[in-house]
Each structure stands twice: as C-alpha cells, then as structure tokens.
Write a protein that binds this ligand. Structure first.
Ligand SMILES: *Cc1c(COP(=O)(O)O)cnc(C)c1O
Length: 237
C-alpha cells in the first residue's frame, strides 16, 4: 500500500501544481516516517521517496545508518539543545528552529564540525497555545539575530497548521506564512534565503501547495495511521 499511497500523493501534488501554474519540481514531498519501521521506509524509498521527515533525535540516529545514503533527512520535530550535537552534519534540513538559544547551539556545533547547517524558522502563525514556534511578530527580529551566527543558513519558514477536518480553514495560515516570507525576503538579510516554505500535512497539503509550499510533510497519507500505544523503540526496527 505504501508505494501506491506515495505515488498517489505525488500525483495529487502534480495536479495541484498544474492547476495553479506552479512547477511540480518546486514542491518536494517529505515522507514523514516517525514511529514507522525501516521496512516501511524502504517501501517508500522504492517508490521514489528520497526526503524523509522524523521528529525525534533518537529515531533519526537509529534510522540514518540503516537507510540508503542518498536519503535526505529532515528534522521536523521540537529540538532540545542538548540533542543538537547528535544531528548536526547528519540531517539535510532542520525545520524547527524557534529560538535564538537553539540556533546558537546549532551554530556552535556547526563550527566545531566545520559544516554549514540549513535551517528553517518555525512560526506559530495560528497562535495555538499547544504549539512550538515563534510568533509572527517576533519572526523578523529572530531571523536578524540568527543570521549573524556562523555555520547556519536560514532557508525559509515552517509552520504546523491546526488540526482540522476542513483544509480550507488553514488557507489563511498558509497565506500568512507566505506573506511573512515575502516581507522578510525584501529585507535582503545576509545568510537568509527565504526560498523555502515548509507547510501542509496529510489533511491540508493541497491547500498548502496552492498557497506556495515548497515542502509538504505527509505521514499518515503515505504510511497510514501511527500507533503510539506501544513503545516505538522496542522491536520495531
Ligand atoms: C507528524 C508530522 C507531520 C505529518 O503529519 P500527518 O498528518 O501524518 O501527515 C508533519 N509535520 C510535522 C511537524 C509532524 O510532526
């Protein structure tokens, strides 16, 4: 089923791009494989998936050495500063930077390892209490500070929209994130690109594509529902 699901999501993205005059190669599908066993990741890989998203450092550490080396790993979950050292140099893009202290830690580790780390700033555009992310108002100031750090390059913005049955309800948040990225881009800040917008999940990725997403992060729509009832670290790899 995973191969069929992956291909179906890809086709939906292509149709959405065609319908709104975007190029399909401008939208990258991230297969969000958190909690899922390697066997399932490999099925997606065989269907063509090369970008995988995970939200836990420990799971990344377990999966990275066991998957083909051409996979690009995306850290999409909340990142604690004491875990930064485990993923710098191993992941392609960190989507979830929402504080200067976290960015400083990434910078420190990047300099130590002699690498440049690509990051996105996570914005809580919907202002949900439960979500991580900087506020829309604070985003520009945060980016100005982070942009001065060595070893870090800001590629764009990320948001997690509210869970909703009706994806249309999230359109305004995607539009808000896009507008914010346009506003920041016009400031031409050094080390800041603003070419990436990571937004849209299983329930709302087509609306996100219509509003300019360059990465969509789809888990359930590819791998099926996640089961959190068992300890995910036991016997699943
Ligand atoms: C789990 C997760 C997703 C994927 O969610 P689905 O609804 O299963 O597609 C996307 N983004 C983030 C940040 C996630 O944690």
């Amino acid at each position: 089923m995973i191969k069929e699901n992956y291909r179906a999501v890809k086709e939906n993205i292509t149709s959405a791009c065609d319908a709104c005059g975007r190029k399909e190669e401008d939208v990258t599908l991230i297969a969000v494989s958190k909690t899922k066993p390697l066997k399932m990741l490999m099925e997606a890989y065989e269907a063509g998936a090369r970008d995988f998203g995970e939200n836990k450092v420990q799971e990344l550490e377990e999966k990275i050495p066991n998957m083909p080396t051409d996979v690009r790993w995306h850290m999409i979950g909340h990142l604690q500063r004491n875990k930064v050292k485990f993923i710098v140099g191993k992941v392609y893009l960190i989507h979830s930077v929402d504080s200067l202290r976290l960015a400083e830690e990434i910078s420190k580790e990047a300099v130590k390892k002699g690498v440049t780390v690509k990051i996105l700033i996570e914005v809580n555009v919907a202002e949900e209490e439960s979500k991580f992310g900087t506020t829309t108002e604070e985003t520009t100031a945060l980016i100005e500070s982070v942009s001065k750090l060595p070893g870090v390059i800001i590629e764009g913005l990320m948001t997690i929209a509210p869970f909703t049955e009706n994806p249309e309800e999230n359109r305004k948040y995607f539009q808000k994130l896009k507008q914010l990225s346009v506003d920041i881009k016009t400031k031409n800040i050094d080390n800041v690109n603003m070419n990436v917008l990571s937004m849209g999940m299983t329930g709302d990725y087509l609306v996100a594509v219509q509003e300019g997403a360059t990465y969509v992060r789809v888990g359930t729509g590819i791998f099926g529902e996640r089961d959190y009832s068992k300890d995910r670290n036991k016997g699943q790899l």
